[in-house]
Design a protein around this ligand. Structure first.
Ligand code: PBG
Length: 309
């Protein structure tokens, strides 16, 4: 195996969160003795701010331009929020490593109310994801709150918080991980436990993508990988893959590892909002990612047997 170049280039989006994540990887690699430069780029997903992502092409939107930089040799690595990474990468690319997960939970941000329970009459809640919309709707239905409206909320984290602060929404729901990474943890009014609002596959984890032929990078990246996170996200992503996962499907999948046992929960919502929310769970002793994926496939089959398409 050839050794890694002593200087590495990380392709990254230029949102504050993406840059934080790239800097985080840079610091880890520097501590291992590598020189690291960042190559900032704008992706289509960053440019389209007026439409719901699921309508314009989904997860790949944030990844494509970075892959072109990898393919052309302008960059060695691309750092992604794992939940934005498609389940199957295009030919020629590989997910080289998944790092230890930050808080995987969703967060409630509001100056007006402490949670769903005390939303004012007719309140508007903002969220960017179909999964959150479907799970929020289910909670609101349980609470008998047909007066509350859920409205789309796009843009990077700062934009979303600004829209909240301007009063367009009574509350918004975001990933806790992004807020914490940017030092905005104090904005979190409460976090939803996974049994209240099940996170998205890979939420809170960072993935590093490389060109599949770059075996010279494997040794450099090995120390950044987290084995427990890898098992969890392998199961979560397998659920999504088995159901043909895309942003236009409201799907949640979340796994925790305790001892050698992986516990996986998943939920599927009808994009049209007609069918009821479906839930499935499973657990297994797992020692490798193939066993974790097998658990994911089983849980996905359970959802499909209940009617998930
Ligand atoms: N879809 C955008 C996105 N991708 C990753 C995160 C947060 C960080 C993470 O989950 O790792 C966010 C923002 C959000 O969902 O609020």
């Amino acid at each position: 195996m050839t050794s890694a170049p002593s200087s590495l280039v990380i392709a990254t989006r230029e949102s504050r969160l993406a840059l934080w994540q790239a800097e985080h990887v840079r610091a880890r690699l520097q501590s291992l003795g590598f020189g690291v430069e960042l190559l900032g780029m704008t992706t289509l997903g960053d440019q389209i701010l007026d439409r719901t992502l699921s309508k314009v092409g989904g997860k790949g939107l944030f990844v494509k331009e970075l892959e072109v930089a990898l393919a052309e040799g302008r960059a060695d690595l691309a750092v992604h929020s794992l939940k934005d990474v498609p389940m199957d990468l295009p030919e020629g690319f590989a997910l080289a490593c998944v790092m230890a997960r930050e808080d995987p939970r969703d967060a409630w941000v509001s100056a007006v109310c402490a949670g769903l329970e005390d939303l004012p009459a007719g309140a508007v809640v903002g969220t960017s994801s179909l999964r959150r919309t479907v799970l929020l709707r289910a909670r609101l239905a349980e609470l008998g709150r047909s007066d509350v409206r859920i409205e789309p909320l796009r843009g990077n984290l700062d934009t979303r918080l600004r829209k909240l602060d301007e009063g367009q929404y009574a509350a918004i729901v975001l990933a806790a991980a992004g807020l914490k990474r940017l030092g905005l943890g104090a904005r979190i009014r409460r976090v939803f436990e996974p049994d209240e609002m099940l996170p998205s596959a890979g939420q809170g984890a960072l993935g590093i993508e490389i060109r599949a032929d770059r075996h010279d990078l494997e040794a450099a990246l090995a120390p950044l990988a987290d084995a427990a996170t890898w098992l969890c996200v392998s199961a979560e992503r397998a659920v999504s893959r088995a159901l043909g996962g895309s942003c236009s499907m409201p799907l949640a999948a979340h796994a925790v590892l305790a001892g050698g046992t992986l516990k996986l929960s998943a939920a599927w919502g009808d994009p049209e909002g007609v069918a009821p929310l479906l839930r499935a769970e499973g657990s297994a002793e797992v020692g490798d990612s193939a066993q974790a994926e097998a658990l994911g496939v089983r849980v996905a089959a359970d959802l499909r047997a209940q009617g998930a398409r």
